[in-house]
Design a protein around this ligand. Structure first.
Ligand code: ASN
Ligand code: ZN
Ligand code: CA
Length: 316
């Protein structure tokens, strides 16, 4: 579908130049790409806080050069994440059927968060101290759009163990699209402090997450309790995914790394075929073993590494 494809350009949150697909109508350019599934569309929420007022107004420009860095990144990174799932996993958008990918930037005032809200992604601008505009991180965009895929597939309930798996799956694919590191949010977290991030998959304890099932944190299933610590206990599965890809010895268990690409294949297959809404960590282990068996055979190194990675984090 290369008919009427128009290219726009601009600088992202970090000042980096990039190009992306735009649309042109009645003499104005819009952050709307039409070549990917049902389209990639990016809106300015103008600081609204109520979902009823979203998505806001589609971001436009008199020329094909766009000046809003948060909007440029939300748009360009949504394209990148769409392309990752299409090219690597053969998935056409989050629903597998070309659903339009909608994002709103400038949501709320100085909001230090981003989310998938069931119909679209929303990004705060950050307060400039804890966060820059959150769409400035490809791994954050990948994390949020993966929530949409999870909702349409395993539909992992967002509390307790299934919720921690939901969070971890978003971290895993957020890291996979942002190839090269195992940190989440490093590009937008604490602009005045370099080298940090809001989560680490290689060393979850660095940001107060458990890295072994024996250290699972029991919190109430309430908003204040992070629905049973879904953003905390995700560290356990994140560490298993990291060990599977990179290898290492953890609590005395040695894991042979199989690389990021095979690890992504295994988690994608587990998510879309074997995990269910009430899956536990033990179910995740079995789902990953099944996926790896399908892909590489029951006697493969890949299956052995999955078993060892989960044993290393105390999940059997
Ligand atoms: N950034 C958070 C997340 O994606 C927002 C939330 O908790 N819904 O997990
Ligand atoms: Zn999340
Ligand atoms: Ca990262």
């Amino acid at each position: 579908n290369t008919v009427h494809q128009l290219t726009g350009s601009g600088r992202g949150v970090l000042g980096d130049r990039k190009t992306f697909e735009v649309d042109h109508k009645y003499g104005k350019y819009y952050l709307k790409g039409t070549s990917r599934g049902g389209g990639i569309k990016t809106y300015n929420a103008y600081h609204v806080i109520y979902e009823s007022q979203l998505p806001g107004t589609m971001v436009s420009s008199k020329t094909n050069y766009f000046l809003d860095g948060a909007a440029v990144d939300a748009h360009a990174y949504a394209e990148k994440v769409y392309d990752y799932f299409k090219n690597v996993h053969g998935r056409n958008s989050y629903d597998g059927n070309g659903a339009p990918v909608i994002s709103s930037v400038h949501v709320g005032r100085n909001w230090n968060n981003a989310a998938w809200i069931g119909t679209q992604m929303v990004y705060g601008d950050g307060d400039g101290i804890v966060f820059r505009p959150l769409s400035g991180a490809l791994d954050v965009v990948g994390h949020e759009l993966t929530h949409a895929i999870t909702e349409k597939t395993a539909n992992l309930e967002y509390h307790n163990e299934s919720g921690a798996l939901n969070e971890s799956i978003s971290d895993i694919f957020g890291a996979m699209v942002d190839s090269g590191d195992w940190l989440l949010g490093e590009d937008v977290y604490t602009p005045k402090q370099s080298g940090d991030a809001f989560r680490s998959m290689s060393n979850p304890t660095q940001y107060d997450q458990p890295d072994h099932y024996s250290r699972y944190v029991r919190l109430p299933d309430t908003p204040d309790g992070d629905y049973g610590g879904v953003h905390i206990n995700s560290g356990i599965n994140n560490k298993a995914a990291y060990l599977l890809a990179e290898g290492g010895t953890h609590y005395g268990v040695n894991v042979t790394g199989i690389g990021r690409a095979k690890t992504a294949k295994i988690y994608y297959r587990a998510l879309t075929l074997y995990l269910t809404s009430r899956s536990t960590f033990a179910d995740m282990r079995q789902a990953a073993i099944k996926a790896a068996t399908d892909l590489y055979g029951s006697a493969s190194q890949e299956v052995q590494s999955v078993k060892n990675a989960y044993s290393a984090v105390g999940v059997y």
